[in-house]
Design a protein around this ligand. Structure first.
Ligand code: GLU
Length: 479
């Protein structure tokens, strides 16, 4: 059976990273069976509409490689794919319910409804509108909400993650199907859309579980077959027991992209939030995920959002993509270099020695400028360095002079020859690597970190290396 799935975000601005997981699983399920993945924009709540939000959603999916088969910009047989453009479809389906006596127009003023609600609150009773259903209802027209006429009963159903579930009569009410403005509620629209678009699997957050009583009643009243239900457990904040929210440090997909997180890593990370294939594997490409994703292995417990895991995965993905095709990965780094990195050949050389230490591509900006311009000399950095603290100024300058002499003698400036020379120097000076190599590293970079020293000196070149070491001796002389 070819699966038809959908991602149905509401364009309300910020795309919560957890919402993006709700796009990945349906995508994988559709691709596994050569089915269809639909992007549907649920924009019926005009009050919460944010301009540009749909573009952001599309950009995020495109960035992650989750190309939709039907939806905005793509079209398809089941459009339109914006709910706001599907009014006539909802009205048609609503009329069917009116005709069979399962929907009614409601002219009850909102103040009256508020009073009913208050009374239930005072009596500590759950508020059910059906207890106040008006005896007569006018003919339905825009300007008046259309409500479902609940016929409460017991429903059993199966959720692919949460198992066999039951919804009792208390879960069903006279919910609004079409609002006074003529637009449908989510409750009604998604059922009509899923049915008319042929959706076979409904994947969404577990926050929709309590509403299942109403949805099951609507499927029945509309004579629709139920799709498969796959409710996804919450994503939890990094600490505590609450759901991941805006303020918990989860950025938007676009912010992660700007930080230099690779889409491969983000896809891998999100797919594995609450899912694994039971093996030790940690790195999953999109193709691996399509091959291995299995609804039955989605965990029931909420998955904790651990940004450190994302960053670790990103480092792993940088290494993997470099090994697969270094120039292709390098081509994706263009926006992440510091302004002084104008020499493209040098960029590639630097990338080739530093890639395996990067956590994000954004690290290039802060970690590489000394390869392109002389760093400002900062003697404090040498003096504050732990292994170097023990040495006097004179000893430091002496070590620098001996280093210069040794490196000066290298004719063939290659990492291997540099390594040999540095080892000899270590033996001759009887210093620890941390001390000697730390001093040379700091003197040529004034950075807290560099790639392996022979590689670093090799890329800097002989002239620059010697000039920088001499400049430090000169700075001590002036000091
Ligand atoms: N528009 C709903 C949301 O953004 C979608 C829920 C669903 O996938 O059915 O939460």
């Amino acid at each position: 059976m070819k699966a038809v799935t959908r991602f149905a975000p509401s364009p309300t601005g910020y795309i919560h990273i957890g919402n993006v997981r709700s796009a990945i699983y349906p995508y994988l399920i559709a691709k596994q069976s050569n089915g269809r993945f639909i992007l549907r924009i649920e924009d019926t709540d005009q009050a919460r509409f944010v301009a540009g939000a749909t573009d952001l959603i599309k950009e995020t999916l495109t960035w992650l490689g989750l190309d939709w088969d039907e939806g905005p910009d793509k079209g398809g047989e089941h459009g339109p794919y914006f709910q706001s453009q599907r009014r006539t479809i909802y009205h048609e389906w609503a009329k069917r319910l009116i005709d069979c006596g399962r929907a009614y127009a409601d002219s009850t003023p909102s103040e009256t409804i508020a009073k009913y609600r208050e009374a239930s609150n005072r009596a500590k009773q759950p508020f059910l509108y059906r207890n106040h259903r008006p005896a007569n209802s006018p003919a339905w027209e825009i300007g008046m909400p259309l409500r479902f006429k609940a016929m409460p009963k017991d429903y059993d159903y199966h959720d692919e993650v949460f198992g066999d579930l039951h919804m009792g009569p208390e879960t069903q009410d006279d919910i609004i199907l079409i609002k006074a403005d003529g637009l449908p509620t989510y409750n009604f629209a998604h059922i009509v859309d899923d049915a008319t678009m042929g959706v076979t699997h409904v994947l969404r957050g577990q926050e929709y579980l309590p509403s299942m009583g109403n949805y099951l009643a609507l499927y029945e009243a509309l004579g629709l077959e139920r799709p498969k239900f796959v409710h996804l457990p919450h994503i939890l904040a990094p600490t505590g027991n609450k759901k991941l929210g805006k303020r918990d440090g989860a950025k938007s997909a676009n912010d992660y992209r700007l930080d230099g997180i690779l889409p491969e890593a983000m896809l891998n990370f999100l797919a594995c939030l609450g899912w694994n294939d039971g093996s030790e594997q940690e790195l999953y490409s999109k193709q691996d995920l399509i091959a291995k994703f299995d609804i039955s292995r989605i965990q029931h417990a909420g998955a904790r959002y651990d940004e450190q895991k994302l960053i670790w995965l990103n480092g792993q993905w940088i290494r993997r993509l470099f090994a697969e095709d270094a120039p292709a990965l390098f081509a994706r780094t263009a926006e992440f270099w510091p302004a002084e990195a104008t020499d493209m050949d040098r960029r590639f050389q630097v990338f080739s020695i530093i890639y395996d230490r990067l956590k994000t591509l954004g690290d290039l900006k802060t970690m590489t400028s000394y390869f392109f311009v002389d760093p400002a000399i900062n003697l404090d950095m040498i003096e504050q360095n732990k292994p170097l603290k023990k040495l006097s100024e004179a000893e430091i300058c002496e070590l620098l002079r001996r280093s210069i002499a040794k490196l000066q003698a290298i004719d063939n400036w290659t990492p291997a020859h540099l390594q040999d020379a540095l080892n000899e120097l270590l033996a001759e000076t009887a210093q620890k690597p941390m001390t000697l190599f730390g001093l040379i590293r700091l003197s040529v970079s004034f950075a807290p970190f560099s790639p392996a020293l022979p590689d670093t000196l090799n890329v800097l070149g002989k002239a620059t290396t010697l000039a920088r070491l001499n400049a430090v001796i000169a700075a001590y002389a002036r000091d």
